[in-house]
Design a protein around this ligand. Structure first.
Ligand code: PEP
Length: 284
């Protein structure tokens, strides 16, 4: 027996249906928009004053072998060796996905600045990024916020992706000044001129007490700092990522992968296998 269902749709139901279709379409559009606005993810190696030329090349060979053997990573990976090895590394990895960066630069284009390297010289050898204001530059070499701000603005102006390092010392944290210090260090961004506000910036939250100590910050502390940095940075710039740095190993990377956009890795980056594992764990 066949039962025929007769169903009439009222005007109200048509309106509700149309409303729901519109709502769904808008939501889909919004999600797509948020997706395209998502911060880019990075895992960057800072070799500091470690490795000779042979060791840098061996590292790159081993790391690239891992990179192309496994599943393609969506995030960007990069390495900052000592100044004098940048060119050799860049030439070696041309055409691969490995970015090559510098650990420092001066803000002037040229002149009588013995021992310094200019943004133009870095551009000349196709450097992809430059670390600015690392805590070792601040604490050992006496760089202050004013100098760091000049270097940061100069990197932006010369289209070299700046990795701006900020972070509190142990003493500042113990005195409850973490928030104040981070807000002060990030206020450098207020100097970014309107025409540069769309340029990409990477901020690395690196609590000084966690760098090179083998004791990373806890997930809660990192989350709190990263949220503060995102709120403050978005007052001045639009296109930025926030990384964490400080005794990262593969376990830390796994634990914090959802609360930041990647990591700046010192000690563990010296071993290509460890660095690759960290990159894999951050790759979501
Ligand atoms: C760094 O110096 O930027 C850093 C994060 O070092 P480490 O990983 O050794 O703590």
């Amino acid at each position: 027996m066949m039962v025929q269902l007769k169903y009439t749709i009222s005007l109200d139901q048509i309106t509700t249906l149309a409303y729901n279709i519109l709502k769904f379409a808008t939501l889909k559009l919004q999600t797509q928009f948020i997706k395209t606005m998502e911060a880019e993810r990075y895992v960057l190696a800072n070799f500091k004053m470690n490795k000779n030329l042979f060791e840098v090349k061996k590292w790159a060979e081993e790391f690239l072998a891992l990179l192309y053997k496994g599943k393609k990573l969506k995030l960007k990976v990069g390495c900052a060796p000592t100044f004098i090895y940048i060119k050799a590394l860049k030439e070696m990895v041309i055409g691969t996905d490995l970015l090559v960066g510098a650990q420092n630069m001066y803000f002037e284009e040229k002149g009588a600045f013995t021992g310094e390297v200019s943004p133009n010289q870095l551009k000349d050898i196709s450097v992809d990024f430059v670390i600015i204001g690392h805590s070792e530059r601040r604490n050992i070499f006496g760089e202050n916020d004013e100098l760091i701000s000049k270097k940061f603005l100069s990197a932006l102006k010369h289209n070299i992706l700046p990795i701006l390092c900020i972070g509190e010392t142990k003493e500042e944290r113990e005195k409850g000044k973490t928030e104040e210090v981070l807000i002060r260090q990030i206020s450098i961004l207020s100097k970014v001129r309107d025409e540069m506000k769309d340029k990409k910036v990477v901020i690395a939250y690196e609590p000084v007490w966690a760098i090179g100590t083998g004791i990373p910050a806890t997930k809660d502390k990192i989350k709190e700092a990263v949220e503060l940095i995102k709120t403050e940075a978005s007052k001045f710039i639009k296109n930025f990522s926030v990384l964490y740095g400080g005794s990262i190993d593969e376990k830390v990377a796994e634990e914090i992968k959802d609360i930041c956009d990647g990591g700046l890795v010192g000690t563990a980056s010296l071993d290509p296998h460890k660095f690759y594992k960290i990159a894999q764990n951050f790759d979501i």
